[in-house]
Design a protein around this ligand. Sequence first.
Ligand code: SF4
Length: 271
Amino acid sequence: MSNKPIIWNYGGGKQTAAIAVLIRQGVLPRPERIVMADTGRECKTTFEYLENYMRPLLHEVGCEVEVIPHSFSKQDLYYINKNKEESQLPVIPTWTRQNGEVGKMRTFCSGFWKRDVVRDWLLLPEQGYGRKNPVIQWIGFSLDEISRCKDSDVQWREHHYPLIWGYNVRMTRQECVDLVLNYGLPEPPKSRCWMCGEQNNEEWRDVQSRPDEWQKAVELDYEIRSRDESNAVYLHFSGVPLIEADLSDKPKRELSLFQYDQMTCSEGCWT
Ligand code: SF4
């Protein structure tokens, strides 16, 4: 194994908690830095779990989680080009309805809000990483998400997937949960943004259980439609306004649409 410094992209969910336990158990090496790019819209359950369980656990082995604020991102909800023009559509996962069919729009948020933020932060002179000090970057995908893995786009940053290869660990999402529970910690939340269009109905109901996040999601759902010429962009996969969406387990379509291995994001959301 290379002796480059390990930078762990802290995702905040189930795989993340398993990696923390594995570090505590000495199965995985201690990373040099643990960094979390805050999207500014993360479900509050992610931060509660971080503060209540992950920080104390990692502190025992001398590790701290550094949270990079969303203000560090060069892009927010709507893409701004070089001419300072703002895009009509948001960069987050959304759905559109055309001729009665619902399809998913292209998504850019995790790249802008996570990949680019961590890259730019590591390149700050005071952090000291880059071409002269290349790094291994851990991303916490589990074995069932292997299709989300991809090579780094820069030479100084090598992607490693510690739950899949390189450390004699091969774990599925469920095995991560089992490990964390067996260690004596509560089940970690699914880390994600409260308005993420990748959410299934169980996850939307979870957001609904936190009225402030639900209200913001409903308002954003209206906002993205009001900016769109076709007035046909939605946060919910059924292609209807979020406030009207059937959030029961009845809709069958989500079962085929929301397999995690179909997620295109490769920057560590939902880990
Ligand atoms: S959780 Fe969803 S909305 Fe948030 S950054 Fe990831 S893909 Fe985008």
